[in-house]
Design a protein around this ligand. Structure first.
Ligand SMILES: C[C@H](O)[C@H](O)[C@H]1CNC2=NC(N)=NC(=O)C2=N1
Length: 103
């Protein structure tokens, strides 16, 4: 079990966002929306993210549309604030996104 993560300061969030183009923070959620060349690539990306989430033991809300996928995450155990765990997950998602044709 992970130690309880600390919420990041506004400055720490700004610094990390600067290194994650396409990601933003709204309502205490770290978010990005991807578009895909069709539905199956988007759905396969959901499964790939699910595998990463199980590895990290950290889970985002994933909203699948026809050719879009919205990712939104914060840390429940930090009272729904953004922590380093959210940025770790975002980075891992960014690493695999190009292989799925995500933009
Ligand atoms: C027991 C398990 O480690 C916890 O419930 C994990 C699972 N995934 C999680 N995901 C997110 N986003 N926040 C959490 O606090 C969290 N906690």
């Amino acid at each position: 079990m992970n130690a309880r993560p600390a919420p990041l300061s506004a400055q720490a969030i700004e610094d990390r966002l600067a290194e994650l183009p396409g990601w933003s923070v709204e309502d205490d959620l770290l978010r990005r929306s991807y578009s895909f060349p069709g539905h199956l690539p988007a759905a396969v990306m959901v499964v790939h993210i699910a595998r990463i989430q199980q590895e990290l033991d950290h889970h985002a809300e994933l909203t699948l549309g026809y050719d879009r996928l919205a990712v939104a995450v914060n840390t429940h155990s930090a009272g729904g604030r953004i922590t380093q765990l959210d940025f770790d997950l975002a980075r891992r998602i960014e690493e695999v996104a190009p292989a799925h044709g995500a933009r």
